[in-house]
Design a protein around this ligand. Structure first.
Ligand SMILES: Cc1cc2nc3c(=O)[nH]c(=O)nc-3n(C[C@H](O)[C@H](O)[C@H](O)COP(=O)(O)OP(=O)(O)OC[C@H]3O[C@@H](n4cnc5c(N)ncnc54)[C@H](O)[C@@H]3O)c2cc1C
Length: 459
């Protein structure tokens, strides 16, 4: 293996972006990822500004035999945006968003974050489905599937992907779509960062401007009652109504009455996409459940998309586990009620995100995302700023997830997994795994892109 540091000077000359090594100022900032539990030391971080930078850094990493790491927004909980001794292809300088309001599409560079995208598309009264935190990268979220407030109506993020520009493992640049490199396009839609570096994504957009949204919350002692109602209520509603169920601690923020601050609660965070005049009727059954707190109001869509950002800044210790659920039987409701009472820290939480509606109307083999027949994507997240609490949040997340797992569909959302081994990766892709392995063998036979939820090339 060639020493990275010896050759870094030569690579630096070939990049238009910055190249940061261990002895450079800013190295500690450059190596950090969102999850502060991850403390790894790559040899180099290449801040790529263009496709050519990506090609140069990739070629250099391959020649050196160093782990090639691709970083979009850096939110991966297991820390796939960094690696000891690796070269990080950091796409964060590649943030541009071009909206075509006539075609209702947006072409977004691979290092953009969702806040940038939402702001640009909102200027035209348009949006595409994404996650609930605006600092998340488009790269990792899209390649894993992507679900959020718009998903019951407009599907996953991948269901709105029109094409992707990709730097392949051998350095070639291709555009993948339904008509060009269709196998690659199929694999990119859910298969994670296994198939290349996506330098731009083109998304289909939908008319979304202001939404009726916000939380309703109940005391944690009501969890059994509220969850039993929610699991039956939401799937029966029109796709215009979305609401994710949460176990949480009410933060000491102005948005909540002081009497609730730091109280454990169960909540549903709503987003109504229909005619605002119909919202009260759609939400009447929710209010009939007599929430202790009702924070529903009208907001611009990007405001909803960034409403959780202050609670979950970079630098928290985070540990999470995910599973898909078709139904939530009473035994699972009991487990939720039990672990809700045990929440170890204010930021630890459990979310059940709906993935029915439009998500279910796509066949299971149409994209790499295999679980088109489930209703919820669950994440149990242990989080806290203090490293001293790392063991406690990890234990709670694992014990909680283990208690509900027997009621799950078997696999979990690839973007809600830690580094949990091949069995879990294969469970995520179910019957689609064998095809993914074949596509991997075609586009990345040497497994250059292995710092991810890895799909091994078929032999
Ligand atoms: C607080 C929080 C809330 C979240 N909420 C949601 C949610 O509501 N809905 C949801 O769907 N997900 C959610 N997620 C999960 C999120 O989708 C994943 O963590 C996702 O992988 C983050 O993408 P990233 O680009 O920021 O991360 P990174 O760590 O940069 O990348 C993650 C993976 O994708 C690869 N990758 C990234 N960009 C590219 C690219 N351009 N080309 C090729 N490979 C690339 C990386 O190599 C890595 O393997 C949440 C995450 C966090 C931390």
């Amino acid at each position: 293996m060639t020493s990275l540091t010896e050759n870094a000077v030569e690579l630096r000359g070939r990049l238009s972006g910055e190249l940061i090594g261990a002895s450079d100022p800013g190295y500690d900032q450059a190596r950090a990822v969102f999850n502060a539990m991850i403390d790894r030391r790559p040899d180099l971080v290449a801040r790529c500004t263009c496709v050519s930078d990506v090609q140069q850094a990739l070629e250099w990493g391959r020649a050196a035999g160093a782990p090639v790491v691709v970083r979009g927004g850096g939110h991966s909980a297991p820390g796939f945006g960094t690696a000891d001794g690796g070269i990080v292809i950091d796409l964060s300088p590649m943030q541009s968003v071009e909206v075509d309001p006539d075609r209702r599409t947006a072409r977004v560079q691979g290092g953009a974050t969702w806040g940038t995208v939402d702001t640009a598309t909102h200027a035209h009264g348009l949006a595409t489905p994404a996650g609930i935190i605006s600092t998340t990268g488009v790269g990792g979220l899209t390649l894993g599937g992507g679900h959020g407030y718009l998903s019951r109506k407009y599907g996953l993020t991948i269901d709105n992907l029109v094409e992707a520009e990709v730097v392949l493992a051998d350095g070639r640049v291709v555009t993948a779509s339904e008509s060009a490199h269709p196998d690659l396009f199929w694999a990119l839609r859910g298969g994670g960062g296994n198939f290349g570096v996506v330098t731009s994504f083109t998304y289909r957009l939908h008319p979304v401007r202001n939404v009726i949204c916000g939380p309703t919350a109940w005391p944690v002692s009501e969890t059994k009652n509220v969850l039993s109602w929610y699991r039956d209520f939401l799937p029966a509603q029109d796709d215009d109504l979305y609401g994710f169920f949460a176990i949480m601690t009410v933060p000491p923020a102005d948005a909540f009455p002081e009497a609730f601050h730091l109280h454990k609660a169960c909540a549903v965070v709503w987003c109504y996409l229909g005619d605002p005049a119909d919202a009260d009727e759609a939400l009447a059954p929710v209010r009939a459940m007599q929430p202790a707190f009702d924070g529903i109001g009208q907001a611009p869509y990007p405001a909803l998309q960034s409403s959780f950002d202050p609670l979950y800044p970079p630098g928290l210790q985070s540990y999470w586990r995910g599973d898909f659920f078709g139904a939530i039987p009473d035994a699972a409701v009991d487990a939720h009620a039990h672990f809700a009472e045990q929440m170890p820290t204010m930021l630890s939480t459990m979310h059940l995100y709906p993935v029915d509606g439009a998500v279910n109307r796509v066949p299971s083999d149409a994209t790499a995302w295999a679980y088109r027949d489930v209703t919820y994507s669950q994440v149990v997240l242990g989080a806290d700023p203090d490293p001293a609490n790392a063991d406690a949040i990890k234990k709670w997340a694992i014990d909680y997830s283990d208690a509900t797992h027997p009621h799950s569909a078997g696999g979990g959302y690839v973007n809600f997994m830690m580094d949990e081994g091949q069995e879990r990766v294969q469970a995520t892709y179910r019957d689609n795994y064998a095809r993914l392995a074949r596509v991997k063998a075609e586009y990345d036979p040497s497994n250059v892109f292995h710092v991810n939820q890895n799909i091994r090339p078929a032999t």
